[in-house]
Structures are given as C-alpha cells and as structure tokens.
Design a protein around this ligand. Sequence first.
Ligand code: NAD
Length: 308
Amino acid sequence: MNIGFIGLGNMGGGMAANVLRAGHALTVHDLRRDAATPLLESGAAWADTPAELAVASDIVLTSLPGPREVEAIALGEGGILEGIGEGGVYIDLSTSSPTLIRSIAERFADKGVSVLDAPVSGGPVGARTGRLAVMVGGDRTVYERVKPALDAIGDKVSYIGGIGSGCVAKLMHNCIGYGLQTIVAECLTLGVKAGVEPGPLFEAISNGSVGRGSSFANTYPNTYLAGNFDPPSFALRLAHKDVSLALELAREYGVPMSVGNIAHQELTAALNRGWADQDSRIAMRLQEERAGNIEVRIENPDAHAQNA
Ligand code: NAD
C-alpha cells in the first residue's frame, strides 16, 4: 500500500519507521523537515505539503499534537482533503477531539473518502517497538481493509465503534491514568511522611493487587461490569474501614488527601444505601446514577478484559 505519514514527532517518528519496515511505500511530511531525515535515508519520499502527500497515498496517517493541528492539516489550505482521491482513507492517530473527527469525516465523505480515528497508547518506546494499543473508530469494513497498515504500528489493534469512538476511549483512558496519578501522589507522600522508606513503599504497592493491575484483569470484569456484587470478594464495610484508617493517618501526619477524601465519601454514601456486606465495587453504581442512569454492563466481560 502507498501510505502517507504526517507528524514525525516522538510518536509519529517511530510509527512511520514501522510502516516502512512492514514493506509499505511511504511518503512523509512534517513542519520540521529534519524530523524526516532517518526515514528519507531508509527509502521514504518527502512531500512539501499534506495535499501533495495525499495525492501520492492510498492511506494518509497523521500523528499531530491536538485538534488545532488536525483540523488545519485535514481541512486547511494545502491540506489532506485537497489532495486525497476518491476511495482514499484518512486515519488520525492523534489524541484529539471526537467531535472534530466526526465533522472531518462528514466533509471527507462528500469526496468519497473514508475517515477513521485511531489514537494510540504505549508512549514513544511502544511507537518504536510496535507495542502500541490502537483504538479504532469508524466504519468496520474500512477498518478491516486497512488493518494490515495498523498492524504495522501496534500489537493491540482493536475496533471500538463508530467514528469518534477511538478518541472517546483514548480520552477516558488518559483521564483514568491522571486521576490515578493524583491518588498515587497523595498516598506515596503520606506513606513516606508516616515513616516508610520510598523504595519499600513503592515495592509493597507494586506487589499488591493495585500494582499487579488486577482491577482491570479480574476485579472489574467479575464484579462491576458483570453487575455481580454478592457474595462479595471484598466487602464494602472492609473497604470503608481501610480508607477511613488511611485518612486518619493523613490527619495525624498533616497530608492533604483530596482524592482520598472523595473516595471515602463515595464509600460512605454507598454504606448508607445498605450495601455494607456487598462487594465494595458496588459504590461505582453511585456515579452511574449521577451520570444520568448510565449502566456500564458487559455481557461477556472476559472477551473485553485485559489481554483478551
Ligand atoms: P510531538 O510534539 O513529539 O510530535 C508532533 C509532530 O507533529 C512534530 O514533529 C511536529 O513538528 C509535527 N507538527 C505539528 N504541527 C504540524 C503541522 N501543522 N504540520 C506538520 N507537522 C506538524 O508529539 P507526540 O508526543 O509525538 O504526540 C503526537 C500525538 O500522539 C499527540 O496527539 C499525543 O497526545 C499523542 N500521544 C502521545 C504519546 C506520548 O507518550 N508522547 C502517547 C500516546 C499518544
């Protein structure tokens, strides 16, 4: 396939190299021409504009900082829409706005061009080594047609749903990551201030169920996502006791715990529903109510669990 790649930064540089390595003909473009040097030395061609690149490509990939750049490169003067031919496919790998990619898809459809959003996760090392999760939104038949190109850049390429779904999934992924980062910072600072050495503290947490990632591998699929809270694998009253003790320690040592206190309030409110002896993950149902009675249930959770 003739593939065009725009945006050769920390992520795009590695992904474009893997596209080339997989045997596709590659044309590249970036604001910084020097970012293309290693690719040009390995046989890629250079295009002066996104439109020129799109003329030479069956599939155009972009890995750009955010919505502003994606909109300009896709729809702006000298952009992809100007050059791409009917039957072509544009795939945005950036972490960007679901609403924007939906409107870009409509504009491209007028020209007979398909659009997918396919944001990635795994960092620059994953981009270089081809170990990326690729979360794809758009038409499923188009996805299946271009999957070989996506397999060149990631080892976990998944179809998520209609156009914009990849971006939604990626934004939820990162928001979870940074929510966790905040509580990790709270608990590591409290642990150290309460007298534990950072190394052993980090080791203990890493070896525990949190560090082993068992929430995503087992616990959520078997409890919350299955709507199964009885019998409990860890009762709400015990979870409430543990978070209460952690917050007592925080008061004793003078460490603010914003996210820890929110978690405690959630568990307290869940206790007041009479859920003490059910599985602690039942507290997640409170947010379902606040979100407007949005139920997050999966018929076959194992099919969607980590490493499925
Ligand atoms: P980066 O800043 O390293 O690379 C962006 C590239 O786009 C640069 O080479 C830049 O010159 C080029 N560029 C910017 N505007 C341009 C334009 N108008 N025309 C042509 N080229 C242009 O960013 P990155 O870390 O590679 O991230 C790219 C995307 O991937 C972002 O959406 C980011 O959120 C996402 N992402 C990043 C990581 C990570 O760990 N870095 C992980 C997953 C996803």
